[in-house]
Design a protein around this ligand. Structure first.
Ligand code: NDP
Length: 521
């Protein structure tokens, strides 16, 4: 790998104000046109371990519009060759990519825990999701189905085929640093597009690992281009770039809105996966022990930093007291620590800004009239926690549905228990937020389960399971402020990364005018 130009190191959001050991910090580069190159400016930022910010993982380029331009040019150059490569051949390369990901799963998992903080088991799940997505989507290389349909005139054939969109810009967040890039990258590639990929500045290593694997699999130069760096300027340079026909974005609703506006200005296609405020309903007939397991996993897995996190637990009043007590006891037993320690249940949050935001919401919750801080609520700063971003898993009880902690996405280990009078009341509360990603209900009554499945206005719904657990062969995405109508994963993602072309073949040998000529029977 080429060495970065004279590195000008800028402060990363993960920086804790403490100095990192300077020796042997590896430098990484952008991947443009099949070459690993430093950013034009030579500026880099340091990627740190959120469990211990003295541990510097590597230096990554801080890219600007110049780097984005170079990456887009490379994608343009590669596009014709790649789209003319038959889809089953593209698939063969992607199957090779799947094998490489499997071979490196343990290394990629450890890298991810180190840079993102989630516990090893969950990081392994993130890598596995990329593997699943790669195999499932590569299989589409021999399908990519279009359709035929009768034409309204005689001796005329009608069919519909998929064509690639063109050059795609992919912008991804830090919480699933390999899974989410793969959800976008692999479908884009199987459809014949070329891409520029920008991962979150906080977690570039996992995406670097994915792109490095693409290189090893033999994806031709220029088909996949990686630029690292901040949303401003690198991400914004992508959303404004006239040659990027599509921007696929996952991140916060606020940034998504900016991305959508920039795309609207230049008539680019834009698919958005954004925030959530997901609810589990626990009915009075539920298996409470099972519901507690689901609530703990949903609320505190990945330290609550999942778009599908169970940040609201809506509990029928008849079991409210029992559920709340049990939940608090179990939450207090969770082990907080470095995700690399197999005994850890809850790892750190991503960076100092996240600590500030989450602690801000804990303050807000404590000041909301009626809500009770039932457990947690503190940042841990001593001993093993001194150099990381650790927050206690936190439960608020007696939360009213309209309180800010019950309405806004906190994206941390904080959940709110909300009492409900009936199923109808619970569903109304579940739907009463601006987001619509995932929802769940615990009940033993099939009628209640179906009522909830039908009435909860979300893109994903679970029965007797937490709000977390999507599988790659089903569509993923949400309603309202969570998305803009698209779905990733499943075969539905192909509708993002390909466009339909309707083709009419008239073999009558004469002019036939649809809607005008009368067809004689
Ligand atoms: P952000 O919106 O802050 O960032 C997402 C990505 O956008 C990052 O790569 C970021 O770069 C980039 N970005 C920031 N500003 C701009 C800009 N002006 N133009 C273009 N790109 C920009 O989200 P987070 O990374 O904090 O991720 C957390 C959010 O993602 C949560 O709201 C969560 O719910 C949501 N999410 C949604 C999912 C879904 O499928 N619905 C799945 C996972 C997460 P950088 O960070 O490097 O500055």
């Amino acid at each position: 790998m080429a060495q970065a130009k004279k590195a000008l190191v800028k402060t990363s959001r993960k920086q804790n104000g403490r100095s990192a050991p300077r020796a042997s910090v590896k430098s990484y580069n952008n991947y443009i046109g099949g070459k690993w190159v430093p950013s034009e400016s030579g500026e880099v930022s340091e990627n740190m371990n959120p469990a211990d910010t003295r541990d510097t993982i590597g230096r990554f380029p801080l890219s600007t519009s110049e780097d984005v331009n170079a990456a887009v040019n490379a994608a343009q150059e590669a596009f014709d060759r790649w789209r003319h490569t038959p889809a089953p051949r593209r698939a063969e390369i992607l199957f090779r990519l799947g094998e490489i990901l499997i071979r490196n799963k343990d290394t990629f998992t450890a890298d991810m825990t180190r840079e993102m903080g989630k516990v090893l088991k969950e990081a392994g799940g993130d890598v596995q999701e990329a593997i699943d997505c790669t195999y499932y989507t590569a299989g589409e290389g021999r399908r990519l189905h279009g359709f035929t349909t009768p034409a309204e005139m005689p001796d005329k054939f009608a069919m519909c085929v998929r064509q690639p969109v063109g050059l795609c810009g992919l912008i991804t967040p830090w919480n699933f640093p390999m899974a989410i890039p793969s959800w976008k990258l692999i479908p884009a590639l199987i459809c014949g597009n070329t891409v520029v990929l920008k991962p979150a500045e906080d977690t570039p290593l996992s995406t670097y690992n994915l792109v490095k694997a693409c290189e090893e699999a033999g994806i031709p130069p220029g088909v996949v281009n990686l630029v690292t760096g901040y949303g401003e300027p690198a991400g914004a340079a992508m959303t404004n770039h006239p040659a990027l026909r599509l921007i696929s974005f996952t991140g916060s609703t606020e940034t998504g809105r900016q991305v959508a506006s920039a795309c609207a200005e230049r008539n680019a296609i834009c698919s958005l996966e954004m925030g959530g405020k997901n609810a589990i309903i626990i009915m009075d007939d539920a298996d409470i022990d099972l519901a507690i397991e689901g609530a703990l996993w949903g609320a505190f897995g990945t330290s609550g930093q999942r778009c599908t996190a169970s940040s609201r637990l809506i509990v029928h009043k008849k079991v409210y007291k029992k559920f709340s007590q049990q939940l608090v006891e179990r939450t207090e037993d969770l082990r907080i620590g470095n995700g690399a320690d197999p005994k850890t249940d809850v790892g750190p949050v991503i960076n100092a800004a996240a600590v500030e935001k989450i602690m801000g919401y804990i303050d807000i919750g404590q000041n909301e009239d009626g809500a009770a801080l039932a457990c947690g609520g503190k940042r841990l700063t001593r001993g093993d926690y001194a150099n990381g971003y650790f927050i206690e898993p936190t439960v608020f009880t007696d939360v009213a549905p309209d309180m800010r902690i019950a309405q806004e996405e906190i994206f941390g280990p904080v959940t709110s228990v909300i009492p409900a009078n009936s199923l109808a009341d619970a569903v109304k509360i579940a739907n009463g937020v601006r987001y619509g990603l995932s929802a769940a209900i615990y009940t033993r009554d099939v009628n209640r389960a179906f009522h909830a499945m039908n009435e909860m206005y979300t893109g994903i719904c679970y029965v007797n399971a937490s709000t977390i657990g999507a599988e790659v062969h089903l569509p993923f995405g949400g309603t309202k402020a969570t998305g803009n109508g698209h779905r990733e994963a499943g075969t539905q993602v192909l509708d993002i990364f390909s466009e339909w072309k309707s083709i009419y073949v008239d073999y009558s040998g004469k002019l036939q005018r649809a809607q005008i000529d009368e067809v004689k029977l």
